[in-house]
Design a protein around this ligand. Structure first.
Ligand SMILES: Cc1cc2nc3c(=O)[nH]c(=O)nc-3n(C[C@H](O)[C@H](O)[C@H](O)COP(=O)(O)OP(=O)(O)OC[C@H]3O[C@@H](n4cnc5c(N)ncnc54)[C@H](O)[C@@H]3O)c2cc1C
Length: 288
């Protein structure tokens, strides 16, 4: 799935004539597209996700289940645990064959399976790259060649790529990286800030947000057991809020927020992200 206007206009025209739409990939883009398409009641929409849940890389299972329920109530058919294997049809697409052999009828298929940076040019230039993560850069956005910088979706922070850590491919961080690289062009002086990750997805007017680390194991915290607590009463009474913290130390790791309107969810996510950046413990969040 692309974000360029001509592609989106063409997709809109195809959707206006379609009956059966198959969206492959239950990540942020696939889920938001399915929700948006569901406003057209003529469409039969199927969302296919190879993992057991949609959005399982972003939210905890309970929230993923809730999001899937909301989508189903909007008429979206969801198939999880099956991958698209082949597109069928002669002159135009007629179906999507899934692992297991089932074929879904389709007039329009949207692949929303994520992006992998194209590093060909960088590799030809001899820059260090990671096959999946992108062009490797340090905290100054400098590549393995001192006079070449990389920013945005194609760039991968070296320390994150080597540990397999997730890289946020979003417009905000890309803009920050641009400013960091610009500052460093004439001498290294500004490092990229590591900010708390914020991701949101809208299903109609309901917005689900994830802040910081919400899927973390005991081994990964290094300090104690990650624990989840409902916290809307202290953080935002008009929203649903779950906070993940370390039971032994009280350190706040992340949070999930959902409700409406968008501006209220975003405001709460920003407040929680700032509190996590200031290392506010779970017990102190009400005052943050
Ligand atoms: C469908 C979709 C929805 C998204 N929604 C959101 C959102 O809601 N919020 C958010 O924060 N982020 C969103 N993103 C992510 C966001 O768009 C990207 O993280 C951001 O655009 C990255 O900026 P960039 O400059 O690195 O890449 P881009 O904006 O993709 O720009 C790269 C440009 O480089 C050009 N280019 C590539 N190769 C070459 C070459 N060899 N020579 C010359 N030019 C070249 C490309 O044509 C392109 O114009 C979305 C992405 C997609 C695909």
């Amino acid at each position: 799935m692309k974000k360029e206007l001509p592609y989106l206009k063409s997709l809109k025209e195809h959707l206006a004539r379609a009956r059966n739409v198959v969206i492959v990939g239950g990540g942020l883009n696939g889920v938001e597209l399915a929700a948006a398409c569901s406003a057209n009641h003529q469409l039969h929409i199927t969302l296919v996700e190879q993992l057991p849940r949609c959005l399982s890389g972003v939210f905890n299972d309970d929230t993923c289940i809730l999001i899937e329920e909301k989508l189903r109530r909007k008429g979206v058919a969801i198939i999880t645990g099956a991958a698209a294997e082949e597109l069928e049809g002669c002159h135009r697409v007629e179906g999507v064959r899934l692992t297991g052999g089932r074929t879904l009828p389709a007039d329009v298929v949207v692949l929303a399976t994520g992006i992998v940076p194209n590093t060909l040019l960088a590799r030809q230039a001899g820059l260090a790259t990671d096959e999946n993560a992108g062009i490797l850069v340090d905290e100054y956005m400098q590549t393995s060649a001192t006079d070449v910088f990389a920013i945005g979706d194609c760039a991968a922070q070296k320390f994150l790529a080597s540990t397999g850590g997730s890289l946020t491919r979003q417009a905000g961080p890309a803009g920050h990286e641009a400013r960091v690289a610009a500052a460093n062009l004439f001498g290294l002086k500004r490092a990229r800030e590591i900010t708390v990750k914020k991701i949101s997805v809208a299903i109609g007017d309901l917005v689900f947000g994830s802040v910081g680390l919400i899927k973390i194991s005991l081994a990964e915290t290094g300090t104690g057991m990650p624990t989840t607590a409902l916290a809307h009463d202290v953080i935002a009474k008009d929203l649903a809020v779950k906070v993940v913290y370390v039971r032994e130390t009280g350190a706040t790791l992340g949070a999930e927020v959902y409700g409406k309107p968008l501006i209220r969810v975003r405001e709460t996510m920003n407040n929680l992200a700032s509190a996590i950046e200031r290392q506010t413990p779970f017990a102190g969040l009400a005052l943050a």
